[in-house]
Design a protein around this ligand. Structure first.
Ligand SMILES: [Zn+2]
Length: 118
C-alpha cells in the first residue's frame, strides 16, 4: 500500500505533469492559430499534388506530438481519477498487482506493473 505521503507526492507530480502537457498542447494549437491539426492534415493529404512537402511533414509531426500529448494527458487524468477512487497504484492488466513505488515515481501515470508493461 502507498502511504499518504507517497500518494500526495505522486499527486503533485501528476498535477505538474498535467499542467506542462496542457501547456505543450496549447503551444501547438497557438502555433496553428487554433485550427484543428488533425482535420487540416487530412485535408492536405487529399490534395497532395498542391501541398508543399515540408508543410505536410510539419503537420504530420505536429499531429504526432499532439496525439502523444493527448494520450499522456488521458493517462494522467485516469491516474488522478484512480487516486480519487482508491485504485491508484494497482496494475490494470493483472487485476490488482501492486505497481512498485519506484516505477510510480519515475512514471506516476503508470497503469500497469513492470511485468505487464508493453
Ligand atoms: Zn500487471
Amino acid at each position: 500500500m502507498l502511504t499518504i505521503e507517497q500518494l500526495s507526492e505522486l499527486k503533485e507530480k501528476l498535477l505538474t505533469e498535467k499542467k506542462s502537457t496542457e501547456t505543450e498542447l496549447e503551444k501547438i494549437a497557438e502555433k496553428r492559430g487554433g485550427e484543428d491539426v488533425r482535420a487540416k492534415f487530412e485535408l492536405m493529404d487529399e490534395r497532395d499534388e498542391e501541398a508543399n512537402a515540408d508543410e505536410v511533414e510539419e503537420y504530420a509531426s505536429d499531429l504526432a506530438v499532439t496525439e502523444a500529448l493527448e494520450k499522456k494527458l488521458k493517462e494522467i487524468n485516469s491516474a488522478l481519477e484512480k487516486m480519487e477512487t482508491g485504485t491508484y497504484g494497482k496494475c490494470e492488466n493483472c487485476t490488482g498487482e501492486k505497481i512498485p513505488v519506484e516505477r510510480l515515481r519515475a512514471y506516476p501515470a503508470a497503469a500497469t506493473c513492470i511485468k505487464c508493461q508493453n
